[in-house]
Design a protein around this ligand. Structure first.
Ligand SMILES: Nc1ncnc2c1ncn2[C@@H]1O[C@H](COP(=O)(O)OP(=O)(O)OP(=O)(O)O)[C@@H](O)[C@H]1O
Ligand SMILES: [Mg+2]
Length: 378
């Protein structure tokens, strides 16, 4: 991880407003049915290699990636992965280089064919779709934003943004009107006639965003779209995604190897290692209870007070709800709650909606802040 880590705008309010409607649901990755999911992935595998189809169902499938490769020459890039993404959710997939993120996202629209498993998008089983349906899906329902922008160099900004509509056969007038709307939306007005090489990296990626949005997809996928950008531009673009998500409310699958980006953008985060899921959870949940040392390593230098919510800090008092004193909601971030808790001169009650969860006092808050100081100092 080489990016400069920034937290200053983590709690800028935009994100919280956008998240409110999605709280209080399931926290696990694989709920019962695929019916209410925007995207549902079940038992998905991708094994590369000549004998790829002979691995699943044998004891070799359980071998660690390196051993499987040594024994069979096959690489298990994605290994028995299942999860669901809710409509309107920003679902982040993160992991170190080689953990299988790009392979996973390409399996979702079968840019790479799965070795086994199913993918359901908007209720349709993508893994059973024929070539025509698949084309339809890629043109109408899913748009991707790539790391290296993927713009057409000999086309202007307008014509790049309108490209997906052109492929779809939308008439020129309508196409231009829609493209203009998207150019305005991503803040590129005035650059309609420019060619990609006349734009900065950040502007080029805005074109990539506008192009993806132009087709009004139900699902947007991002594969490390900002990792080629320098840290300040990168932060602008992250805020841009948050703003756009707020305005257009698309379901997003966002891949990154940067934890700060994941924490900032994700409603939930899936952490991968060697093709497998290590943990799925809300940012605060991942920071509060990392599943293993791999995740603990990732989150060790996160300023906990910026991410942890009162849900993970409060404790049960003896004798239940004391019934008096100030009250706060469980999704309040510790840093934001600190002033009120410290001013309260006694325990503050924490509620999840109407439900009493526990109490926090100044010591609980200080414990988080002190742990943070220690992490930064180490
Ligand atoms: N076409 C292929 N043939 C063989 N192995 C592959 C192929 N594509 C990917 N792999 C292997 O699958 C594993 C996962 O690769 P993948 O590109 O999905 O990782 P990633 O998490 O996107 O990494 P990065 O952060 O570097 O982009 C790696 O070990 C990679 O070498
Ligand atoms: Mg990748």
């Amino acid at each position: 991880m080489t990016q400069t880590r920034t937290y200053d705008d983590q709690n800028d309010g935009q994100k919280d407003g956008q998240k409110d409607g999605q709280r209080g649901g399931r926290n696990d990755g694989a709920p019962d049915g695929a019916g209410e999911s925007a995207l549902s992935v079940r038992d998905l595998w991708k094994i590369f290699g000549a004998r790829a189809d002979k691995v699943i169902g044998t004891p070799d499938a359980d071998l660690p990636r390196k051993q499987l490769q040594a024994k069979t020459g096959c690489v298990a890039a994605v290994k028995d992965v299942s999860f669901d993404v809710r409509p309107g959710e920003v679902f982040v997939v993160m992991g170190l280089s080689g953990s299988g993120k790009s392979t996973l996202v390409r399996l979702l629209t079968r840019l790479i064919e799965p070795t086994a498993g199913t993918v359901t998008i908007g209720g349709e089983d993508v893994t059973k779709a024929d070539a025509g349906r698949l084309r339809d899906l890629r043109r109408h329902h899913v748009a991707m934003v790539f790391q290296h922008f993927g713009l057409l160099p000999h086309r202007t900004v307008m014509d790049n943004v309108g490209f997906g509509l052109e492929v779809r056969g939308v008439a020129k007038g309508e196409r231009r009107a829609r493209a203009q709307e998207m150019v305005d939306l991503v803040g590129l007005a005035g650059n309609e006639g420019s060619f990609p090489d006349q734009l900065s990296g950040g502007m080029q990626q805005r074109v990539g965003l506008a192009r993806a949005l132009a087709v009004d997809p139900t699902l947007m996928m991002f594969d490390e779209p900002f990792s080629a950008l320098d840290p300040l531009i990168r932060r602008d673009m992250q805020n841009e995604v948050i703003r756009l998500h707020h305005e257009v409310g698309k379901t997003m699958v966002f891949i990154t190897h940067d934890l700060q980006e994941a924490l900032k953008l994700g409603d939930r985060i899936l952490i991968m290692r060697d093709g497998e899921i290590v943990q799925i959870g809300e940012p605060a949940e991942i920071v509060a209870s990392p599943a293993d040392d791999y995740v603990r390593d990732f989150v060790s230098d996160v300023p906990r007070s910026h991410v942890l919510t009162l849900r993970y800090v409060c404790r049960r008092p003896d004798g239940g709800d004391p019934g008096e004193g100030p009250a706060l909601q469980a999704d309040e971030v510790v840093r934001d709650a600190a002033r009120q808790v410290l001013a309260a001169h006694g325990p503050v009650r924490v509620y999840d909606g109407e439900d009493f969860l526990g109490i926090v006092d100044d010591e609980d808050i200080l414990r988080v802040v002190v742990a943070e100081e220690e992490a930064v100092g180490s």
